[in-house]
Design a protein around this ligand. Structure first.
Ligand code: ADP
Ligand code: MG
Length: 392
């Protein structure tokens, strides 16, 4: 689960990490009251959406008067912001954060992520802050420092010293950095984070270190331990289909392609997406109905897939292990009969009672094309869509 910058900063503040003072605005009529609270000559108006790259896209604006702040805030609220992370449609700005401006001496990059290879929290840092870390990683990988933190010993002075050195900070800033790193690490562990990213992490003209931006991602599987974090979820920032899917226990991730995939098991779902790509198509989603896919789940999943207008065909690839193929076939037939709109369906079934399952599909009188292997299914699906386009 992701949260907004203003929420992440409020959490960091609880852990003793310095952040600029800021005020949230959710409607134009709150603008003036909030803007008047700013104590600095310069303020920064920041669009609150779950995507980065706002600065370059006009979602972060520096203003030097109350009037300018009001004008920028009014313009931003309700606007659609397109950044390199939002996709072409962009994301609607429903909230803005007005923050005290600070004079920046240097901008750094710092993040902590859970490194699955070492099962440790990894600190990633770079002197090149404020820009795309992905670009820095490609162009000058040696400028990125990675430090693994042993969970049994936590953050120690030597970690902080290595970081200070890589940022080029003088020794008198060590206590300041120490407090921040320990605060962020404590937050990471206690709140069950997957990621916290501070870009930029800055040194101000007054020689203090502050987090000027903050991104946090929480481990969904641990959310039950943090009801206070669950409250921060902003459904407006999530795909409607993904919300619906998670509410019935389906793992669904929306993608940009045109072939809907209905699969059981995450590994099989990944392999199916590969097979579609290999056959020259593009998957519209990742969808795992779970190992014990029931007829109802298949039905619900098909509805969610078809609510995406880009979907031109559905490839159902199911391995009947716990659930037998004949039961799944019945689910597919029911779901196909009730389909909100008609698109070609290709089914590949394998596993227990596969013959009976296939027989049911073949005799259903429905336009369901069966395939014996995954590759064959993907090829048939792609060919069907191309054929439909050619005759249209
Ligand atoms: P994004 O990463 O989405 O572009 P940031 O919060 O990182 O958004 O802001 C972009 C840039 O705007 C920062 O790199 C920094 O230079 C500047 N900036 C952001 N907040 C402030 C602030 N409070 N005071 C001064 N400059 C800021
Ligand atoms: Mg940033």
């Amino acid at each position: 689960m992701n949260i907004h910058e203003y929420q992440a900063k409020a959490i960091l503040k609880q852990y003793g990490v310095s952040v600029p003072e800021g005020y949230l605005v959710e409607a134009v009529n709150q603008l003036e009251t909030q803007a008047r609270k700013i104590q600095t000559d310069v303020a920064v108006v920041k669009a609150q959406i779950h995507a980065g790259g706002r600065g370059k896209a006009g979602g972060v604006k520096v203003v030097d008067s109350l009037n300018a702040c009001m004008a920028v805030g009014t313009e931003m609220l309700g606007k659609q912001l397109v950044t390199h992370q939002t996709g072409l449609k962009g994301q609607k700005i429903r909230k803005i954060y007005i923050e005290e401006g600070c004079e920046i001496k240097s901008e750094f990059y710092m993040s902590m992520v859970l490194d699955r290879a070492t099962s440790q929290v990894m600190i990633i840092a770079s002197k090149e802050g404020g820009m795309d870390i992905e670009k820095v990683a490609m162009q000058s990988p040696n400028s990125i420092l990675k430090i693994s933190v042993d969970p049994l010993i936590g953050i120690r002075e030597f970690h902080v010293r290595v970081l200070a050195e890589s940022f080029g900070l003088s020794t008198e800033l060590m206590p300041n950095l120490d407090k921040i790193i320990k605060g962020i690490y404590a937050c990471f562990v206690e709140k069950d984070l997957n990621l916290v990213e501070i870009n930029p992490f800055v040194l101000t003209k007054e020689n203090v270190l502050i987090a000027l931006d903050a991104k946090m991602n929480f481990d969904d599987n641990a959310l039950f331990r943090h009801p206070e974090i669950e409250l921060l979820r902003d459904f407006n920032e999530e795909d409607r289909k993904e919300i619906e899917a998670s509410s019935v226990g389906l793992s669904y991730v929306a993608l940009d392609g045109e072939i809907g995939c209905l699969v059981n098991g995450a590994g099989l779902a990944m392999a199916t997406m590969d097979a579609i790509h290999y056959a020259g198509g593009t998957p519209a989603n990742f969808l795992d109905v779970g190992g014990s896919a029931s007829a109802e789940m298949v039905h619900k999943a098909l509805d969610i897939i078809l609510s995406d207008d880009h979907v031109k065909g559905v490839f159902i690839n199911i391995f009947g292990g716990i659930m037998h193929c004949n039961t799944i076939a019945k689910g597919i037939i029911q779901a196909t009969q009730a389909m909100p709109r008609s698109v070609p369906i290709v089914v590949r079934l394998e596993g227990t009672n596969v013959e009976e399952g296939k027989r049911l599909l073949d005799h259903s009188g429905l336009d369901i094309i069966s395939a014996d292997t995954m590759d064959e299914g993907a090829e048939k699906m792609v060919a069907l869509i191309k054929h439909k386009e050619a005759i249209a």
